[in-house]
Design a protein around this ligand. Structure first.
Ligand code: SAM
Length: 287
């Protein structure tokens, strides 16, 4: 087991610092003052693609002292020497992915892990993120949610995952490519049912930003051709789960025989099977 670690409160850059810097997901103006300042000061800017990040740096007239690429295929290997350089020379390193928050369906996570391993200060300069932006625009509940990133590409594998999560009550968020969005929505309809609400959020922060909201049963009318980047937000399951009535009635009877009131039996079995108390209470009344 690794030693317990404590993050120092002050990010003393004089000892070297690795910072994840969130960048725009469309509109180049969506970057914080702090991020721009940090990119100006950084000794090294590492990024997924130097051409993409170059556009952003040009826009803000930032002349990087050193611009290098670090992408999914090189992150694990090259983070080791990069963090070592930051530590040895006490440098300030900025890491930007192509868009949004590094580490979210993007490289950045392994770099942070390596910095923690080498005991180098880490920080984040927060900013745009497509998943959270889509969630708040969807109009679907934001109190509880799960983020699944990209689903697999094969229909069978998508179905396996969706079947596992179809009864989850929190809002579900998925990244999807525009050319697979329609077929993925059809699979969602098959697994989650016609009544489930969804939102397809496209081109966030860009000119053609659009949110299509409705029920999965209506996707044929609502969604035909999807262009641009998109996020699919799906409401959680709020219906009643399918239950094994015979088994439950048997268990209710057993509990009632112990002298417990029906209300308590319902509570106990609801917790055991992750069901609604009311559903079990009603069954109890039938006995
Ligand atoms: N790190 C990014 C973030 O913080 O959102 C996500 C990077 S991931 C490789 C790219 C996916 O994010 C896209 O395929 C799309 O699902 C979503 N995405 C990124 N920008 C978007 C935008 N402007 N509008 C809608 N979805 C976007």
């Amino acid at each position: 087991m690794s030693k317990p670690s404590k993050t120092m409160k002050k990010n003393d850059a004089s000892e070297g610092l690795v910072a994840l810097v969130s960048t725009p997901i469309g509109n180049l103006s969506d970057i914080t003052y702090r991020a721009v300042d940090y990119l100006r000061e950084a000794d090294i800017i590492a990024c997924e693609d130097t051409r993409n990040t170059g556009v952003l740096l040009n826009h803000y007239q930032i002349k990087p002292k050193k611009l290098i690429s670090l992408y999914a295929q090189t992150e694990a290997k090259n983070s080791v020497s990069l963090v070592n350089e930051v530590k040895e020379k006490k440098l300030k390193l900025a890491y930007c992915s192509d868009a949004g928050m590094p580490g979210i369906s993007d490289p950045g996570c392994l770099l942070i892990k390596e910095a923690i391993k080498q005991n180098v200060h880490v920080t984040v300069l927060p900013g745009p993120n497509a998943a959270l932006s889509a969630l708040v625009l969807s109009g679907i509940d934001t109190a509880d949610f799960s983020f699944y990133g990209f689903l697999p590409t094969k229909a069978g594998n998508i179905k396996t995952i969706l079947n596992k999560i179809k009864d989850r009550q929190e809002t579900l968020i998925f990244y999807e490519s525009p050319n697979r969005a329609v077929s993925t929505l059809h699979i969602m309809r098959e697994v989650f049912g016609d009544e489930r609400e969804f939102a397809l959020v496209r081109e966030l922060t860009k000119i053609y930003e659009e949110v299509i909201r409705g029920k999965l049963g209506d996707i044929d009318e609502l969604v035909t051709d999807v262009k641009g980047e998109c996020v699919i937000v799906v409401n959680g399951f709020h219906g009643e789960k399918e239950i094994d009535e015979r088994q439950l009635k048997k268990e209710i009877s057993q509990l009632l025989k112990t002298g417990k009131p029906l209300k308590e039996c319902a509570k106990e079995l609801a917790t055991k099977y992750d069901l609604k108390k009311n559903q079990i209470y009603k069954l109890g009344l039938d006995i």
